[in-house]
Design a binder for this molecule. Structure first.
Ligand SMILES: NC(=O)c1ccc[n+]([C@@H]2O[C@H](COP(=O)([O-])OP(=O)(O)OC[C@H]3O[C@@H](n4cnc5c(N)ncnc54)[C@H](O)[C@@H]3O)[C@@H](O)[C@H]2O)c1
Length: 412
C-alpha cells in the first residue's frame, strides 16, 4: 500500500500529455518480426521521417524477410539480432529512438520496460501487459524515465470509431451512459493450426489461453469505447465483474465466452466480451448508448437519435450523418493508407500519427495510462471470474489525475 505522500509525489510527475524533444527522424528498432511486425515494417517504408535501423526475432527466416522489405525499398540494411537477448541489444542500440514491439503477449511489458530504461520510447502491440503488476511498472517507469509508452491499439483509428468519437465529443449522443466493446472472432482453425497468416514461432496464443480463463485480449473492444467515454479524461474505470462460460475440455481453447461489466466513477457502465472459439460473425460490438442517441457498429452499423430514439435511422440518413461527422484523420490517412494496406489502412493511420507526434514533440494519441487501464483487464477479468463474478477494483493508475483533462483530444 503506497503512502499518501508517495501518491502525491507520483501524481506530481504524471505523464499525461507528455511532450518530449522533437525527433528529426524516428529511428525504429523492431522486436519480433512475425506476421504483424512485417506488415508494420512495410508500412514504415511509406511514412515520412520513419527509418528502421535495427530488427530482431528468434526465427532467422523472419529476419531475412523483414530485411528484404527494408532493402528492396532502397534503404540501408538494418542491424540484425537473432538470439534470446537480441531484444536487449535493440533497446540499447545507440541509433534507436523508438522500440516497436510485436512479440507474444507475455513479453510485451518486459521489453517496453527495458526500452524505457534505455531511454527509448516504447510502442507495443496489444495487450501492453498481462498482469496488474506489469501495468503498474509500465506507468511508474514512464513517469520516472519521461518516455512515451503507447499501446498500438489500431481499432481506435477505424473509421466508424473515429467518427463516433467526434460525434460523442460534439454532444450528438448526449451523456454516454453505457458502452460495449468486444472481440468476437471465430479463430478456431487459425489459432489451433498457428497459421494465422504464416506464423513461424510457438503457438503462444493457445499456450496463454490454456492457462487463463478471463479476457486475454480486451483492448480492441475497450479502447475506442474508453476514448469516447473519457476514461482518465474526466471519468475513470472503478470496478468490474466478470464471468467466463464453461471450458471445452477437449479443445485447446478454453473459456468459450468471457463477459465483463465495468462501472465508472460517474456511474456509467461498459460491457466487454471476448470469444474466439465459437461460430460468430466478426464483431467488436462498439456500442455507445447516450441520453440523446445510440450507435452500434457490429454486426451492422445502426444509429437512433432523439426525438425518434426508438427508430433506427435509415441507411441513407446514416450514410449522410456519418459523412457529416467524418473524422479528419479518416480524410487524411485513408486515401493513402487504403491503396497500400487495404482494410489495414487503420494501421497506417496509427503509425503515421505515432511518427508525426514524435517528430513534432507532441503528446501521443494514447498514453501509458490507457495502456495500463485497458490491459489490466487481462488479470482482473480472470480474478473476478474465478470468484464467480465478484466485483474487483480497478486501480487508479493516474494517482488521482484522471480529472485533469475533460475528454480525449488529438494533438495537432
Ligand atoms: N492489433 C492487431 O490488430 C493485431 C493483429 C495481429 C496480431 N497482433 C498482436 O501482434 C503480436 C504479434 O502477433 P503475430 O501474429 O505477429 O505473432 P507471430 O508469432 O507471427 O510473431 C511473434 C514473433 O515474436 C518473436 N519473438 C518472441 N519473443 C521474442 C523475443 N524475446 N525476442 C525477439 N523476438 C521474439 C517470435 O519469434 C515471433 O516471430 C501479438 O501481440 C498479437 O496479439 C495485433
Amino acid at each position: 500500500m503506497e503512502s499518501n505522500s508517495h501518491i502525491e509525489q507520483r501524481a506530481a510527475r504524471n505523464v499525461i500529455k507528455l511532450q518530449c524533444a522533437p525527433l528529426d527522424k524516428v529511428r525504429i528498432g523492431f522486436v519480433g518480426l512475425g506476421v504483424r511486425a512485417k506488415r508494420a515494417v512495410e508500412r514504415m517504408m511509406h511514412i515520412e521521417g520513419a527509418e528502421v535501423v535495427a530488427i530482431c526475432d528468434l526465427v532467422e527466416a523472419n529476419i531475412e524477410e523483414a530485411q528484404h522489405i527494408i532493402t528492396s525499398n532502397g534503404n540501408a540494411p538494418a542491424d540484425t539480432f537473432c538470439d534470446s537477448e537480441g531484444w536487449m541489444r535493440v533497446c540499447e542500440h545507440k541509433n534507436v529512438d523508438l522500440v516497436y514491439i510485436c512479440t507474444d503477449w507475455l513479453s510485451h511489458a518486459k521489453i517496453s520496460l527495458y526500452a524505457m530504461e534505455c531511454g527509448k520510447h516504447a510502442a507495443t502491440e496489444v495487450p501492453a501487459a498481462t498482469s496488474i503488476e506489469e501495468c503498474h511498472r509500465l506507468v511508474e517507469t514512464a513517469e520516472r524515465t519521461r518516455r512515451h509508452c503507447i499501446m498500438l491499439e489500431n481499432c481506435c483509428y477505424d473509421e466508424f470509431e473515429l467518427t463516433l468519437l467526434r460525434m460523442a465529443q460534439e454532444g450528438v449522443l448526449g451523456e454516454i451512459i453505457h458502452g460495449e466493446g468486444s472481440y468476437l472472432h471465430d479463430l478456431r482453425e487459425r489459432i489451433q493450426s498457428n497459421d494465422d497468416g504464416g506464423r513461424k514461432w510457438a503457438n503462444w496464443q493457445v499456450d496463454f489461453m490454456k492457462k487463463h480463463n478471463g479476457n486475454p485480449y480486451p483492448t480492441h473492444g475497450l479502447g475506442p469505447v474508453a476514448l469516447a467515454m473519457g476514461i482518465h479524461r474526466g471519468d475513470r474505470m472503478k470496478s468490474l465483474v466478470s464471468l467466463s462460460s464453461k471450458r471445452i475440455s477437449s479443445g485447446a481453447l478454453v473459456g468459450n465466452m468471457n463477459s465483463s461489466i465495468i462501472t465508472t466513477e460517474k456511474g456509467h457502465t461498459i460491457l466487454v466480451q471476448h470469444c474466439i472459439s465459437l461460430p460468430h460473425p466478426y464483431s467488436r460490438s462498439f456500442v455507445l448508448s447516450g441520453t440523446k442517441g445510440y450507435a452500434q457498429k457490429y454486426p451492422v452499423p445502426i444509429m437512433a437519435l432523439d426525438p425518434e430514439g426508438d427508430r433506427a435511422i435509415t441507411n441513407d440518413e446514416l450514410t449522410a450523418l456519418l459523412a457529416r461527422y467524418t473524422h479528419p484523420f479518416v480524410e487524411q490517412y485513408k486515401p493513402i493508407g487504403e491503396p497500400l494496406c487495404g482494410r489495414r489502412w487503420i494501421d497506417y493511420a496509427m503509425d503515421s500519427r505515432l511518427i508525426y507526434c514524435l517528430r513534432k514533440g507532441l503528446p501521443l494519441d494514447m498514453d501509458v495510462y490507457d495502456a495500463a487501464e485497458w490491459s489490466c483487464l487481462v488479470e482482473l477479468t480472470e480474478k473476478s471470474a474465478a470468484m464467480g463474478g465478484a466485483p474487483v477494483e480497478i486501480p487508479d493508475f493516474t494517482n488521482g489525475c484522471w480529472q485533469q483533462q475533460e475528454g480525449h483530444s488529438f494533438a495537432l
